[in-house]
Design a protein around this ligand. Sequence first.
Ligand code: DC
Length: 230
Amino acid sequence: MPDPGARRRAAPIIAIDGPVGAGKSTVAMAVAAALRYRYVDTGAMYRSVAWLAKSQGVDLRNERAVATLARSVSIEFVTANGRPRILVNGTDVTDIIRSPEVSHAASVVSAHPAVREGLVAEQRRLGASGGVVMEGRDIGTVVFPDADVKVFLDASPAERARRRYQELVAKGVRVDFESLKRAEEERDRRDTTRAHSPLRRAEDAVVIDTTGLTVEEIVNRIVQLARPPR
Ligand code: DC
């Protein structure tokens, strides 16, 4: 039975969580396109705050200072020439926030409760009216525990490292596979063991192991969950 929060919404919220390299972004974007919903990449929000802190010389371990940035930053998801772009205080950071340095910094700043509070409030505002596919680590557990559809995407560690490697190489970022794998394992370890909102599967989430599945197969499955047969 839909819960009261869900009933107030005009359209569903689809929460997609999972570890690095499980295929969240590709799948979440395709689901949003198939359903004509908005797509919100919450990882990009943590990355944006991390980039801002680094570019302003703010110590990433200084929770108060980073939280102040998280509360005041303007993060815009826009489309320019048909391509999705992310603007932080007006600067296009779409590519730079995917660098290994910002990936690491995002994982550090996202462990601060005060930073999370600021961004979670913004995420709730962005998703409140529904018709949204929101991707992250804590969407089904913390941001929208009453989401209409909760999916937890997973894949084998080898497959996840391979995907991240291909993603970066395709973007022209030069990386060494073994050191990338180690860095991603470290990021996963930090994401799952942090005290505040660690990555974990919501009890009522549908788990999809994406190893060996095509994007189309995964997307169809989620679209079916969002549109139950009449
Ligand atoms: O999904 P991603 O790799 O772009 O996320 C970047 C970092 O932000 C990652 O270390 C996990 C963290 N994150 C988070 O803690 N909570 C979210 N909802 C999304 C991302």
